[in-house]
Write a protein that binds this ligand. Sequence first.
Ligand code: CU
Length: 434
Amino acid sequence: MHVDIALDATDPATGRSFLTWTPVKGHARLTDNGGAHAPVSVTLQNGGAAGGGQVAFELHRTDAGKPTLALQLPIDGSPVDFWVAGEFQRPSIAYGDAAIVAVDGTGASIGRRELMVRIRKNAVKLTDAERDRFLTAMGKLNAAGKGPFQSFRDTHVAPSISEAHGFPGFPPWHRAYLLDLERSLQSVDASVTLPYWRFDEPAPALFAQAFLGMPPANPQAGNVIQFPHGHALEFWRTDGSDPIERRPLYNIANAPPTTSGGRPSVISQMATLKLGTAFVAFRRYEGAPHGSAHVSFQGPINSVPTAAKDPLFFLLHGNVDRLWAFWQWLNHRHDVLSPETYSTSGVHWPPNRPTGLGHNLGDTVWPWNQSRTPPRPSFPPPRGPMPASPITAAPGGAPRIQDMIDYQGVHGGQALGFDYDDVPFERAPGGPVS
Ligand SMILES: [Cu+2]
């Protein structure tokens, strides 16, 4: 007797499956009924490695999956559908450390599917192997300045500032930007996710030599990061020849200060979440903690047109996006049609952008929309369409602002394919269950 277990979140090219906290559909069917004359009872359960990823099942789409699920499989081999998600706070650390097994009435395994519960994590909590896979993929994307990373750097430049900053599109624009980078990293190594720098907590491990490094102790020697020989970012270059330059303006044994000159600076996660329950209040987080985190350093990262030269940018913004996601979960802000979730009201647009193009819910997001029509930058879009994901059809090649908001499909539709280690999936009351 044999059961085939298929999951919708499977890369057809490699046969590998990737789950997040957000449920996806699975399909179990008998491929060998062993001569049975009546439907066969099987139980789906976790079969991964100790300490690896765990999954939870249910017959409908839910945030309350269980560790096992009993199914009756027809002997004609027709499939029975179920839903499965990563069990919250039980992510994988490597591909295949999570698995679904089907067992028969005697407890014998009659089917198995390996997978990964692939989740964005706090950078300081990565295993050495997870850290090194991320760095290796970043290094390959950069390819000593000759790789596609330069196109990411060219996306976050002076002519695109008003598309991405200062207005309501700041959170969704950067969510798209990070998704493009993460999918590009995953095309190098599918087991990689974008880690985040939780800037309101000490993160000495992130600034260790083995991770994002530090400049020479003596400031007279400059701010170029000194990577040990063999480090994946040893030959990192942008704009032709620039290595990574950065010097923290605070003691990295601590988090950056929460106030600076008497003004709020890198405020805590709690303070950020308390900025307000409506989007118009919450989006002030672009100033503090986001902007304050950028200016906690000397170097390109402290200025918008150059910040994306530094790989730390993407971990800083990983946390900015996580804070938005956390706030969305806390306040149930996934319904794109609610002005509490997203609103441009009360915004005074700059004169070159009287309609706020790029910030309205239905606007497509530059550069993935490939637009060169003013007020979009006149140069060729540095990035192509949003890369397709092998595990989800969302958000399509030319995503709109509204496609970036309900990233888990809380209100239905497909998820964007990422989740954060401390932000669960929670189905909206009345949201779809199938
Ligand atoms: Cu930023």
